[in-house]
Design a protein around this ligand. Structure first.
Ligand code: GTA
Length: 329
């Protein structure tokens, strides 16, 4: 691993980290000190794998579909990067077994202490068929959607088929992840909650990923935005960047701030990822820079309601079927 290139969340910055990040950082070597640390669980002992939805040896990630205590479940297993701040401990406390030696070259298997060898694990349970499809590796197709297509094809589909937004409401109402919140603007019109994304383990700034969730509940996506939402978008942009600078010491010039179209969850949210981190979904076919969105709305208040937008859909996405039925593909 390119350890030298990774920027760790140093102990100096650690003061500013959320409680969860501090716990995860290793100040609690066994993960059992620090009072509020959740107990170790073994819920995955009941997980039986039905299929591997996708995997990547290079990215060291595997998406599994299976059953957990009778419910459908998706489990994502992801090996995490080596952290520079754990190297001294890793070298001191690991065991090495020689695989081969040849001249000046040798290769070993290293057994690290368990707390330095964790696997980030995401569990979706009970998972719907839509979750299973979302994580299955599939061919994608680029779809062209006019404003009329949105109203006649996409909108009716997403009104009937969208993933639940309960997790979003839990965050807004402080019923979940409250201790992870980085910034909270309670204003009902322009307010938002900024917090680490599910995909970020907060161990290093190198792969920083936060989301800002708007407090307004009636904005499904980019398509609903008009110039009346500019104060909200400006607020998310300015305060989000400032909060990230303060908490993680990462300047705006190091951030990629964007919206997805189509999103998976139809409640307005903005992605903040570190420039250089190849976050899933940051490609040009899906990510719309917030700065461009703001400018486009300043130029044309109805820009996103009238323009043709392009986006990729997976082969078994029901929305792709609707575009096919309508002869738009
Ligand atoms: N803090 O409960 C949550 C939560 N949920 C349910 C989703 N998010 C959450 N964040 C918090 N708490 O970035 C996050 C998601 C995502 C954002 C929604 O909200 O992590 P979106 O609506 O634009 O949808 O954004 P998106 O980007 O398609 O969603 P998601 O889930 O990231 O899926 C994108 C694809 O990334 C998946 O199909 C999957 O194949 C791929 N992927 C690659 N790596 C991972 C990984 N480590 N974990 C999960 N998915 C991954």
């Amino acid at each position: 691993a390119n350890v030298a290139a990774k920027r760790e969340i140093s102990s100096a910055e650690g003061e500013e980290l959320s409680r969860e990040a501090k716990r995860a950082k290793g100040d609690d070597k066994n993960g059992e000190e620090g009072g509020n640390e959740p107990e170790w669980e073994n819920i995955l002992s009941t997980f039986t794998t039905t299929s591997v939805l996708s995997d990547s040896a290079r990215e060291k990630i595997m998406f599994l579909h299976g059953k957990m205590a009778g419910d459908e479940a998706v489990v994502v297993l992801e090996k995490t990067p080596v952290r520079e701040d754990s190297l001294a401990e890793l070298f001191r406390d690991s065991k090495l077994r020689l695989d081969m030696r040849n001249d000046i070259y040798s290769s070993y298997r290293l057994q690290a202490p368990p707390h330095l060898n964790e696997i980030k694990t995401t569990v979706v349970c009970p998972a719907t068929e839509k979750h299973v499809k979302k994580y299955r590796r599939q061919e994608s197709f680029l779809v062209e959607e006019t404003g009329d297509d949105y109203r006649s094809i996409t909108l009716p589909y997403i009104q009937g088929q969208s993933l639940s937004l309960q997790w979003v409401y839990n965050i807004l109402e402080k019923k979940a992840e409250a201790e992870r919140v980085v910034y909270d603007d309670p204003d009902p019109e322009v307010g938002f909650v900024l917090l680490p994304d599910l995909k970020w383990d907060q161990k290093q700034v190198d792969d920083l990923y936060l989301i800002a969730i708007a407090r307004q509940k009636d904005i499904k996506s980019l398509r609903d935005l008009s110039s009346e939402h500019l104060p909200l978008l400006h607020n998310i942009f300015q305060k989000g960047k400032a909060a990230i600078l303060e908490r993680y010491n990462l300047s705006a010039s190091k951030l990629r701030v964007y919206l997805h179209y189509q999103p998976s969850y139809y409640h307005l949210h903005v992605h903040f990822t570190k420039l250089g981190h190849d976050a899933p979904g940051c490609g040009v076919e899906r990510a719309h820079l917030l700065s461009d969105v703001i400018q486009n709305l300043q130029t044309d208040p109805q820009y996103y309601r009238t323009r043709t937008l392009w986006f990729p859909l997976r082969a078994d996405d029901g929305l792709l079927g609707r575009f096919r039925e309508a002869g738009r593909l």
